[in-house]
Design a protein around this ligand. Structure first.
Ligand SMILES: C[S@@+](CC[C@H](N)C(=O)[O-])C[C@H]1O[C@@H](n2cnc3c(N)ncnc32)[C@H](O)[C@@H]1O
Length: 262
């Protein structure tokens, strides 16, 4: 589903890589310790696959930040990345398309048909800064779906900001909110692209015109006032879906990596 067939020209790969670097800087503006989140995930994967080539599924992988890190950290690995956004998945395909260890699929987690092209068992299913985009009932459905994809002893991990409760944790919430504000201003007031600026740059690339047109249609009716769910909601749902142990493997204020073992 990329816009090119055959080898991707090297200038286009360079451009995609520079967009990924700018994406990483932009995302780090929102997630002060994004690198530590990723590191916690790598540590868990290494531990559950001491003598085995890990097979990983990255849900809503975007342009492939975590995929790139996993390839560097655990060279003998197989990764499948799934994302709904035609432009982000095209950038990922431009960067990793020649890589035998990576398969990239454009698919929408909102519909159960996202599973159509997924087969076999995974050691780990991972996701970062993405599942808060799903309606809670869809998130629950996805948790039941992935429980069937992960081998016994395998893991699901989600790195995301999870909201403190507005009433019973108002002080926690205020501190996390202030820290987010400070992190964002340290980046976005000092030359790092904010969300809109990054998209303006990426959407202006002529090679991506077709993906840009498609993404506009795909996101047209997106509900942007999504209900936020708590850490407890995630953990309880994962338990109900059949995960035997659930908890957190990393936390900074309201930013977590939660883990659920099969
Ligand atoms: C903030 S980005 C994070 C991307 C990447 N995981 C990262 O950490 O850099 C959120 C991602 O979720 C994807 N996404 C949102 N809703 C989705 C859905 N229903 N199905 C698949 N991907 C989705 C978006 O396209 C976007 O790539």
């Amino acid at each position: 589903m990329t816009e090119t067939t055959g080898p991707v020209p090297s200038e286009r790969i360079d451009l995609a890589q520079s967009l990924l670097l700018r994406w990483d800087a932009q995302q780090t503006g929102f997630i002060r310790h994004r690198d530590l989140r990723f590191e916690a995930m790598v540590t868990v994967i290494r531990n559950i696959c001491p003598n085995k080539k890990p097979r990983i599924l990255d849900l809503a992988c975007g342009p492939g930040s975590l995929i790139g890190l996993l390839l560097k950290s655990i060279p003998d690995i197989e990764i499948i990345g799934v994302d709904k956004d035609p432009l982000l998945i095209t950038i990922a395909k431009d960067i990793f398309g020649d890589e035998d260890r990576v398969t990239l699929l454009e698919a929408d987690l909102d519909a159960p048909s996202w599973l159509d092209e997924i087969s076999g068992e995974f050691d780990a299913v991972v996701s970062t800064t993405a599942l808060h985009w799903l309606e809670p009932h869809i998130l629950s459905r996805v948790y039941f779906e992935i429980a069937d994809l992960i081998r016994p002893g395998g893991v699901f991990m989600n790195g995301d900001h999870l909201q403190y409760d507005e009433h019973s944790q108002s002080t926690f919430k205020a501190i996390a909110k202030q820290d987010d504000k400070d992190a964002q201003s340290a980046s976005f007031d000092h030359g790092v692209d904010n969300w809109e600026q990054w998209w303006d740059v990426a959407e202006a690339v002529p090679d991506y015109a077709c993906a840009v047109t498609r993404r506009k249609v795909i996101w047209e009716n997106k509900n942007t006032a999504m209900p936020k769910v708590t850490l407890g909601y995630h953990l309880e749902t994962l338990r109900s879906a059949g995960f035997s142990q659930t908890g957190t493997v990393w936390q900074y204020l309201d930013d977590y990596v939660l883990a659920a073992f099969r």
